[in-house]
Design a protein around this ligand. Sequence first.
Ligand code: PLP
Length: 390
Amino acid sequence: MNKINENYLKLGGNYLFAELKKKTEAFQAKHPEADIIRLGIGDVTLPLSPAVIQAMHKAVEEMGDAKTFRGYGPEQGYDFLIRAIIDGEYKSRGIELDMDEVFVSDGSKCDVANIQEIFSRDCKVAICDPVYPVYLDSNIMAGREVVFLPSTCDNGFSPELPDVDVDLIYLCSPNNPTGTVLTRRDLERWVDYATRKGAIILFDSAYSSYIQEPGLPGSIYEIPGAKEVAIEFKSFSKTAGFTGLRCAFTVVPKALGKLNGFWNRRQCTKFNGVSYVVQRAAEAVYSEAGKGETAEMIRYYMGNAAIIREGLGKAGFEVYGGKNAPYIWWKLPSGLDSMNFAAKLLESCQVVGTPGVGFGACGEGYFRLTAFGSRARTEEAVARIMEMEI
Ligand code: PLP
């Protein structure tokens, strides 16, 4: 018998979004005439901005000229992009970082999962419930013990501190799927907990560029003492439409001691860097033109979020999120099961959303809609839902 990793047997059958895609495709095959509106998977729909495209064209030309051609780049990312990230993302928030504290990668999805490798196998991991499923699944794969942190409307989707000691804490703010942003006070409480307990916070801030309300933290390093206890993940995917291009970065401060060197060692061994062309594209996100164009994209998606929020609200539903995040967290009328509701929504109005239970047990009774569709399709989806008998 092969010595397989039996932890995989503890996972649910399929990755949530792959499963939903399969179900939608099966419905479409059965009803070829159905005009399905997809507000399920959190993928962007607007094309890349002109500044990003221009930077890529230039980089492609460089790659075609022997004088400017580049082969393998630094595993940590090119200095030009790391500098742009430090200046564009952190200096503006009053946060100082050294060049060797930022690690460019091809996505936060892999980083939030791979980061576990630099921690001991027997770490106890706290994970918010509901949340982006990658944290839980990847920790199950590694065989780690998980402690859930319930986040419901009763605690304002801001989880309480765990009642047992944990070693690692995944926080996601703005949260996927609830759209909640942890306040300064919330984060101070977590930083204080981690400092007292010797725990490390894994802070996933992939949607920070969607924060609209002033005063809400867009980086955990805005909190004093956070550099000693937190690793931060950010991505160009939702900020600038890079879901297909692939570029993100992870900050591992040197104040975390050995972890900075460990992550560097891990990346140098197992990762060969993001392509030069894509890194030039990411750099362009922080140019003057790039910043304006990116802000325009976010405004567009947040306009969709407002349409969904207000439409469902007018129809008398309880809705959360959608103010500082591209997700609307819809509290279903009591007693409705989110999986059955997904099937009902698809059948009766051909709208695809994501059942809350797919993000954790506490997501049962909720439903996630995304603001990443086109304006017209978003309006159409809301109109269809408002006519539906629930
Ligand atoms: N983190 C969260 C909370 C997400 O929702 C997603 C994608 O949906 C990611 C990370 C993945 O980002 P990337 O495209 O950079 O892998």
